[in-house]
Write a protein that binds this ligand. Structure first.
Ligand code: CA
Length: 367
């Protein structure tokens, strides 16, 4: 089953009147880890203290949970709580937040729209994973309503965003810090797991403000993540996509960190896109190497996201600006309605599967 012992994502839950604590999802229930494993690290309201224990502890804990769930449930079963009796919370205390731009198709599509007379890709794109630092303080858990932002839309014009968009992304959660910049260990010594990300984007605010320093208020009003962090161990890995030119040595891949994940984007419960993560150009090990190569440290709870996941076909694009080609080619919904960008009341849900493993969905409604 997709929420069986091969999956076991971690989250933070609370029962009515009780403090938030850490659990893992098993079927339609959550296992109260502090109670089941007699370990106070799971009585914390975030995953950070557990993540800080490191890779060996992550592995041993997962093995122990699997053993308990496949053994005699007469004891462990008492600590399995139906999901409809709990509230899910932001699972990590987010440290720094970085957003990359790793999809060749997404970067090419945006280049064609914004710079129609030039090469779609800027000269640096194939040489490094382009990224920027986002706002960690406005990362919210799935289900949190997203208020339509206001801002400068062009010279002398202020008002509510008229081009509110999504970006379907995969986020990577850092569990083990690095004070020296370039992490000493392997990728999986530092990165705990993955979560689905919706990088809400105000395209009109973004288009006016982004030159020359990059995304700012068009992105910082909200970024939603799933309440569930899927451990790296649960994910099927594949070779990364071929790269041309060969990247510099610090970006050289030492392991297969391509991920075979199929993503699904829905508006008001209707699927509008199925972006394939497997086609991403830059892999997460390369993102981690790049964001620390200058000496920048890592902290527990740092989050870095892949950038919009888009494939080569229209039905594989992970943002509305691409799906509607900057609003010129509306999406037709089954209800008969059309969409270019999001309207108030729209609910966007991003789901994903990695082989037999389902990732926790991320959803948000525009208010
Ligand atoms: Ca983004």
């Amino acid at each position: 089953m997709s929420w069986g012992v091969a999956n076991l994502p971690y989250g933070v839950f609370s029962r009515q009147g009780q403090a938030p604590r850490v659990g893992v999802r098993y079927g339609d229930r959550v296992l109260d880890l502090a109670a089941a494993l007699h370990d106070e690290v799971f009585a914390a309201p975030t995953l950070n203290p557990f993540m800080a224990r490191g890779r060996a502890a992550w592995h041993d804990t997962r093995a122990l949970i699997q053993e308990k769930l496949t053994g005699d449930l007469s004891v462990t079963g008492a600590h399995l709580i139906p999901l409809d009796q709990v509230t899910m919370h932001l699972p990590i205390e987010v440290g720094d937040y970085v957003d990359f731009y790793c999809s060749l198709d997404h970067a090419s599509n945006l280049g064609r729209m914004f710079r129609p007379d030039a090469e779609p890709l800027l000269p640096n794109w194939r040489h490094l994973p382009v990224g920027y630092h986002g706002r960690s303080g406005t990362i919210v858990v799935s289900g949190t309503p997203v208020k339509r932002p206001r801002g400068q839309l062009k010279a002398g014009v202020f008002g509510p965003c008229a081009k509110l968009d999504i970006e379907a992304e995969l986020g990577f959660v850092v569990g083990v810090p690095s004070e020296l910049g370039s992490p000493a260990g392997a990728f999986e010594d530092h990165v705990f797991g993955v979560t689905l990300v919706n990088d809400w984007s105000a395209r009109d605010i973004q288009a006016w403000e982004y030159v020359p320093l990059g995304p700012f208020l068009g992105k910082s009003f909200a970024t939603s993540i799933s309440p569930w962090i899927t451990p790296l161990e649960a994910l099927p890995r594949i070779p990364g996509r071929a790269q041309d030119p060969e990247p510099l040595d610090y970006l050289r891949r030492r392991d297969d960190w391509g991920l075979d994940i199929t993503v699904e984007v829905s508006i008001n419960d209707e699927v509008v896109s199925r972006p394939p993560y497997s086609g991403m150009y830059w892999t997460p090990d390369q993102m981690l190497a790049h964001m620390t190569v200058n000496g920048a440290s890592l902290r527990v709870g740092d989050l870095f996201a892949s950038g919009t996941i888009s494939g080569p076909r229209r039905e594989e694009r992970g943002s509305l600006i691409e799906l509607t080609w900057n609003g010129n080619d509306p999406i037709k919904l089954a209800s008969g309605e059309t969409r270019t960008f999001l309207e108030d009341g729209d609910t966007v849900t991003i789901r994903a599967t990695a082989g037999d493993v389902t990732l926790g969905e991320v959803s948000g409604t525009i208010v």
